[in-house]
Design a protein around this ligand. Structure first.
Ligand SMILES: O=C(O)CCC(=O)C(=O)O
Ligand SMILES: [Mn+2]
Length: 213
């Protein structure tokens, strides 16, 4: 076993390298999770290549009138011949890389959609995070597919219902090489986040493939 494989392979005796598909039954959400969607060897290679070759940016958000750094690095890639403006991202849209096209095509074998955009997030350590939010705006939230692929450190993906306090929070562990599909009205009814942790953990890269015309 070389070092890289050792870093990211699950160490418990019962883990497998087979693709394991789980459907999560949450009211108003349609979520499918594929463990080992990409093999450990492919995932190690892609993690390293994405880390080194992505044009990572330090974006900012405004809180109480002040500009502060996002607690992670980000980058948008996609089909750049269209002029659709999404969250001011079109001026920073990079053309699809070979790595992203390979992953996109693999996902498109599972879902009947051709993705047009990918948001990459780089969580450098446990202090990097993303707070409670829903993806997309307005009508886009009601019926959509977002495909989320993770590499590197396993982080919990937390989901909470927007209005129903009687429903408990759902945590899904996003492992190296996994694919999470959020479908239907998931974005309309549930918020999600990646919390900070004080544990010493390795970096993580997440890709969310989206469809925006
Ligand atoms: O890192 C993740 O798993 C989620 C990222 C996310 O929710 C987003 O970029 O909108
Ligand atoms: Mn999101």
């Amino acid at each position: 076993m070389n070092n890289q494989i050792d870093l990211f392979s699950q160490t418990d005796l019962f883990s497998t390298t087979e693709i394991r598909k789980t459907e999560f039954e949450l009211p108003g959400a349609a979520i499918t999770f594929f463990e080992n969607f990409l093999s450990i060897e492919e995932s190690n290679k892609l993690y390293k290549s994405l880390l080194e070759n992505t044009i990572w940016e330090q974006d900012q958000m405004t809180i109480y009138g002040k500009n502060v750094n996002l607690p992670r690095l980000t980058s948008w890639y996609g089909t750049v011949d269209k002029t659709f403006a999404y969250a001011g991202s079109e001026d920073k849209m990079h053309p699809w890389s070979a790595d992203l096209l390979l992953i996109k095509e693999r996902i498109e074998q599972e879902v009947a959609i051709k993705f047009t955009r990918c948001l990459l997030n780089y969580y450098r350590d446990g202090n990097d995070s993303v707070d409670w939010h829903q993806d997309y705006e307005g009508a886009h939230r009601k019926n959509t597919i977002i495909a989320s692929v993770s590499f590197g450190a396993t982080r919990p993906f937390q989901l909470k219902h927007v209005t129903r306090k009687d429903l408990s929070r759902k945590d899904i562990l996003l492992t190296h090489g996994s694919l999470l599909l959020m479908k239907g009205a998931t974005q309309e009814n549930w918020k999600h986040k990646i919390p900070k942790t004080t544990k010493k953990i390795l970096p993580r890269i997440n890709l969310t493939f989206r469809w925006i015309e």
